[in-house]
Design a protein around this ligand. Structure first.
Ligand code: WT7
Length: 659
């Protein structure tokens, strides 16, 4: 590799490809992979994927080990099958197989919103809770292949619910607890769940979240739901509907702790997770069992260099894929101790993360750039007053991390001794695809660096031509890896169309990226109409349709704009119906409307009244222009000659909202 490298302590802010941070010898010495091993694994996986992934399959437990390894085709109908003749149970590989060796080891440390509360659950205890819950689900009529929706806060019960579904072969669909009743209902209806698992209330930052009330509102529109299983989290008084609602603690007390694990095919579904795209409603990304578990285990071990006995903390919510793969399935498959955190980074104060790091002696810490940026603003003292001496590895996920935030994380939080793994991946990919390995990869602040073994990234231009060497283009993946999603639940054609039709034969990620002269990848962000707000993925079309459903709105166009803390903010152009006055009160009402329709994460940061939207003569909204105005880049608006009425643009520029 070319480039300048500097001894620790002499780095400076240098936002170029040349800023290289060397692998630390003490990390490389005991890491699962050093540079040579990474190189050898990458080559082996490329040369003979069948042999490489046959070997890696051994990292999880199988009921019948697979003999057919890879059967994938990105052309035609698109078929993705891994380990197809193997059988296993995901809950058994996360729990049962650890009982003999580490039954009394802590599997989950739960840290409550209130700093005075925590709970430690051993593998043996978790196994028993999962088995009992699995029997409760059976008693509610849940069978193999049925869908169960989970709408829970960050409590141990969320992991228990997921694993209990897996144990009996039911497919879970976790819906983030911040979503509205409408969003929850849409996700239940799409997959036809028969049981919903929720809680009385959630807790976050000292406030309560009315989960059961939201669930009741959602279920009113979901005739497939036969039962609602209700966890007791706050003990808040919530109405229970006789015959439908079941109190989880009471049902558990009556359930047997014996529940054999269902023998599932490797390609049987494990879970559905809804994710936003550039058009239409959120899609149900379907992940299956064998390949997903191998990928979760493989990536968790190598990317975080997880060593036995270490305490590992991923701050995500189980409502997102990060929580699925890197709080629950990956760590538990590897027999790790994983932390589940109910709270938020700034409650009771901006030192909470580091207080928890010290409290539980966390070795590996994985969070999102938006949290890093928010904490960076609060000043170093919140960090430095805690010791953080247990920290060994730091991770980042969810959106591009700007070099400034990266360097703060490295210098202030990690005191330059902790490698940072900037992990690029997606709901669709099941696990990390591009990331440094702590003992192998020289780091560059802001770069996700290099692909993991088995991952073949490619950059293509707008015409689909493959770009070689240093280049910038659309990020595609040339061949399948075991953790890849298999289909969109109930709509395989949408799967094929969304990911494999833009550049035939390639998986198109929706992201843009630059590859530097060292072959390092720098993700530049989405190139489609998806925006990333505080690491939460949102389709602009969803926010537009929520706005357009308001009785006073004629039309809306939504774009992302650069936001110091959130990465991207939501900027909405709203055209009101004839005769409606644009007022400050109406602006507030529309923000509240979107919160209610989708959830707080979709709240617009800025609303600009737009007497008209810039459209082509064929009626297509020119988002390129709207994005530039929102970003206050009104100098080079580019070619506006194809607009039906170019005067519209001038008017929008003049009245730009100060968001
Ligand atoms: C999108 C996927 C990955 C789990 C959480 C988000 C963006 C994710 C990075 C990163 C730059 C990143 C991409 C991607 N993204 N990680 N390290 N650097 N961008 O999963 O909700 O499916 O969103 O998040 O744009 O496409 P998701």
């Amino acid at each position: 590799m070319r480039g300048r490298s500097e001894p620790p302590g002499q780095e400076e802010t240098d936002m170029t490809d040349q800023h290289v941070i060397e692998v630390r010898p003490e990390i490389a010495a005991r890491a699962h992979a050093d540079a040579a091993r990474y190189g050898a694994m990458y080559e082996a996986a490329k040369r003979d994927p069948q042999a490489f992934w046959a070997e890696q399959a051994r990292r999880i437990s199988w009921m019948r080990p697979p003999t057919r390894i890879k059967n994938t085709d990105f052309t035609g109908d698109v078929t993705i099958r891994w380990y197809e003749d193997g059988t296993l149970n995901a809950a058994a590989t996360c729990l049962d197989r650890h009982l003999a060796e580490r039954g009394d080891q802590v599997a989950i440390i739960w840290e409550g919103d209130d700093p005075g509360t925590s709970r430690r659950v051993t593998y043996r205890e978790l196994h028993a809770e999962v088995c009992r819950t699995a029997n409760v689900l059976k008693s509610l009529g849940v069978k193999r292949g049925d869908r169960v929706t989970i709408y829970l806060p960050m409590v141990v019960e969320a992991a228990v619910a997921m694993l209990a579904c897996a144990r009996i072969g039911a497919i879970h669909s976790v819906v983030f607890g911040g979503f509205s009743p409408d969003s929850l209902a849409g996700r239940i209806q799409d997959c036809g769940s028969t049981v919903l698992i929720t809680a009385d209330e959630g807790r976050r930052g000292g406030k309560r979240v009315p989960l059961k009330t939201n669930a009741d509102a959602a279920v009113a529109a979901c005739p497939t739901i036969r039962h609602v299983l209700v966890a007791r989290v706050t003990g808040g008084d919530v109405p229970m509907q006789a015959g439908r609602d079941v109190a989880w603690p009471e049902a558990m007390a009556a359930a047997s702790p014996d529940c054999p694990a269902e023998e599932m095919g490797a390609e049987d579904p494990l879970f559905i997770l809804y994710t936003s795209g550039s058009t239409g409603k959120p899609k149900g990304a379907l992940h299956t069992t064998g390949g997903y578990m191998v990928w979760a285990s493989f990536t968790h071990q190598y990317v975080f260099d997880y060593q036995p006995g270490e305490i590992y903390w991923c701050t995500a919510d189980v409502g997102w894929v990060t929580g699925h793969t890197y709080i629950v399935y990956g760590p538990l498959a590897n027999g790790a101790t994983t932390i589940m955190f109910e709270g938020v980074p700034n409650y009771p104060d901006a030192g909470r993360f580091w207080q928890v790091v010290d409290k539980h002696a966390v070795n590996i810490f994985y969070t999102a750039p938006t949290a890093i940026r928010a904490l960076m603003r609060e000043g170093d003292a919140h960090v430095t007053k805690h010791s953080r001496k247990s920290l060994r590895i730091l991770g980042s996920v969810g959106e591009p991390i700007n070099p400034e935030a990266w360097l703060w994380y490295h210098h202030v939080v990690g005191e330059q001794r902790c490698p940072i793994v900037d992990t690029w991946w997606q709901t669709e990919t099941g696990g990390i695809l591009i990331s440094p390995l702590p003992g192998a990869t020289r780091l560059k602040p802001g770069s996700a660096t290099l692909p993991l073994p088995g991952v073949m990234p490619l950059l293509v231009d707008a015409d689909g031509k493959t770009l070689e060497g240093a280049a910038e283009g659309n990020l595609c993946i040339a061949d399948s890896w075991p953790g890849q999603m298999r289909t969109v639940f109930g709509d395989h054609e949408r799967f094929r169309q969304t990911y494999f039709s833009t550049y035939p034969g390639l998986y198109f990620t929706g992201d843009g990226a630059r590859r530097d002269a060292d072959g390092y990848y720098w993700i530049t962000g989405r190139v489609d109409d998806v925006i990333n707000v505080s690491g939460h993925r949102m389709g602009t079309a969803e926010v537009e349709s929520a706005l357009a459903s308001h009785p006073k709105v004629a039309e809306a166009a939504v774009v992302g704009f650069p936001h110091d803390v959130k990465g991207q903010g939501i900027y909405a152009y709203v055209t009101l119906k004839e005769g409606i006055e644009p007022t400050e009160a109406l602006r507030k009402e529309l923000v509240a409307w979107v919160r209610r329709e989708i959830g707080p994460i979709a709240s617009p940061d800025a609303i600009q009244w737009a007497p008209a939207l810039p459209k082509t003569r064929s009626g297509k909204i020119m988002r390129r222009i709207l994005r530039k105005i929102a970003a206050n880049e009104t100098e080079g608006l580019g070619d506006t000659s194809t607009l039906a009425d170019p005067a519209v643009v001038e008017q929008l520029v003049e009245n730009r909202a100060g968001g």
